[in-house]
Design a protein around this ligand. Structure first.
Ligand SMILES: Cc1cc2nc3c(=O)[nH]c(=O)nc-3n(C[C@H](O)[C@H](O)[C@H](O)COP(=O)(O)OP(=O)(O)OC[C@H]3O[C@@H](n4cnc5c(N)ncnc54)[C@H](O)[C@@H]3O)c2cc1C
Length: 457
């Protein structure tokens, strides 16, 4: 390690892990500060003690265009744990299903007419509206930031069948907000990123899933890199303020009164934790105001262990046309090839869970079982062996109308202080790829700096 500078990363979520791993790869001396007793941030495994099982805090899906996340997985040696199925399954009340192909003609059919009741006219209108939408993603109308995704879809003339079977559901998945609130610009920006990546990789962006738990996927490999590269990880180290003197970072003050000396800092905490950390930075007021305005959107995840299988046709099934209590059902048997000694594990996700977030767990489970019975005939007699509800009131920053342009970049006015985290400005919405991309940009900024004379050895 020839570079004497001390690089400190604040936050051990994906953005912080990726920053620390890539700085270590570049041969830098790194300390990682994490306020909790574990790494992984919003992507981590949870212990279900009575069952001796470790599902996740929330099911995470991965788009094939997550280039920076794949770089991270390659760095930590877990790239092989991602699978991209050839088709998706949509399920309607009563158990009816339709298959969405992701390749060739079947992909086009999914785009224009995945709904089993779509008429020829609907399909033609969906095709025209989809092409128009693609064009407007790349050449955005001036007022897009003022529209909700719902208003934009209506203006494009997207038929209800296409919206129900694909677009409303996809929009909710992309920004975790219902289409009547979500900013059309956020959705359009992510679609534009998808189109560009599709052209770059010469295949449409598909949706995949991990075949293992999130700790194995994201954390364990990072720990191995840290051990190999002598990265110091400090748990329960709560950063209070990044100390800046004469335009350069000198350290990070912790809430126990100690200071970790630093020559460069990556601040990789979410918008909900940024307050106070950047007080020494001239533009801190602006960043704090943006963090506040971005706000939060809730997600409720449930790990539901049943006494019998639901009769799924795919590893992930989107529930269409229901009350929106669950948007997706993930079959862990199919995804992870797991045994059923503890029952059949289904991971359910509700994005934009404004109604559910305040309900007690037993009510959430009851509601979800009622819904599952509407969609899966095999659920009629199913009993819940165990349930774990994970409410996340601040699951991601919010991407409603009015949030456009608020996300701060990774560069600050102090060259040795950079920001990272899903909420900083990237090509993506609040996703793991946004976290990884922000880390890549933050690390590049620091690595481009000349070594400072006189840094401690
Ligand atoms: C239920 C759920 C489902 C999701 N599904 C998907 C999905 O399917 N696909 C997808 O791409 N994305 C999904 N996301 C979003 C994704 O998880 C996040 O965008 C990503 O994990 C954010 O990473 P991050 O590093 O920016 O932040 P975080 O993971 O929040 O990490 C920040 C870390 O900083 C630490 N910290 C905070 N303050 C301090 C401090 N003062 N000092 C020290 N440490 C501090 C925190 O403890 C935390 O570990 C989902 C999120 C949730 C909650």
């Amino acid at each position: 390690m020839n570079d004497p500078r001390r690089f400190v990363v604040i936050g051990g979520g994906l953005a912080g892990l990726a920053s620390a791993v890539w700085l270590a790869e570049a041969g830098k001396r790194v300390t990682l500060l994490e306020r909790r007793g574990r790494l992984g941030g919003r992507t981590h495994s949870l212990d279900v003690a009575p069952l001796r099982d470790v599902p996740d805090n929330g099911q995470h899906v991965i788009a094939s265009g997550y280039d920076h996340l794949f770089r991270y997985l390659s760095s930590v040696g877990t790239r092989q744990y991602i699978k991209f199925p050839d088709q998706g399954v949509l399920r309607w009340p009563g158990g009816r299903t339709s298959i969405m192909g992701t390749k060739g003609f079947r992909a086009l059919n999914s785009l224009f007419g995945a709904h089993p009741d779509a008429s020829a006219g609907d399909r033609a209108r969906a095709a025209v509206a989809t092409v128009k939408m693609g064009w407007q993603c790349l050449n955005q109308p001036a007022d897009l930031a003022e529209l909700t995704t719902d208003q934009w879809f209506r203006r494009l003339g997207m038929p209800d069948t296409a919206r129900e079977a694909l677009w409303d559901w996809l929009a909710l998945g992309i920004a975790a907000e219902p289409v009547r609130q979500e900013s059309a610009k956020v959705f359009a920006d992510v679609l534009a990123t998808g189109i560009r990546l599709g052209v770059k990789h010469r295949r449409p962006v598909g949706i995949g899933y991990p075949t293992t738990d999130l700790d194995t996927l994201f954390v364990d490999g990072a720990r191995r890199v840290f051990e190999r590269s002598a990265v110091e990880v400090r748990y329960r180290a709560v950063a209070r303020r990044v100390i800046i003197r004469d335009g350069a970072v000198t350290g990070v003050a912790l809430d126990d009164g100690t200071v970790v000396e630093a020559d460069a800092v990556v601040c990789a905490v979410p918008n909900s934790y940024i307050g106070g950390l950047l007080d020494d930075l001239p533009e801190h007021d602006e960043i704090y105001a943006a963090a506040d305005k971005l706000g939060y959107t809730p997600i409720v995840s449930t790990n539901l262990y049943l006494d019998r299988p639901l009769g799924t046709k795919g590893a992930m099934e989107a529930l269409i046309g229901g009350a929106g209590v669950i948007d997706e059902v993930f079959d862990r048997q199919r995804m992870h090839g797991r045994g059923t000694l503890n029952g059949w594990l289904y991971c359910l996700t509700t994005s934009g869970a404004y109604d559910q977030i305040h309900k007690p767990s037993h009510e959430v489970v009851e509601e979800q079982m009622t819904l599952l019975r509407r969609y899966y005939p095999d659920a009629a007699e199913a009993k819940v062996v165990h349930a774990q509800v994970v409410p996340m009131p601040r699951a991601t920053f919010s991407q409603v109308v009015g949030t456009d342009g608020l996300r701060p970049g990774q560069r600050t006015s102090v060259p040795t202080l950079v920001l990272a985290g899903d909420w900083t400005r990237t090509d993506w919405s609040a996703t793991m790829e946004s976290a990884a991309q922000s880390a890549s940009r933050a690390v590049d900024l620091l690595l481009a700096l000349p070594e400072r004379a006189g840094a401690a050895t």
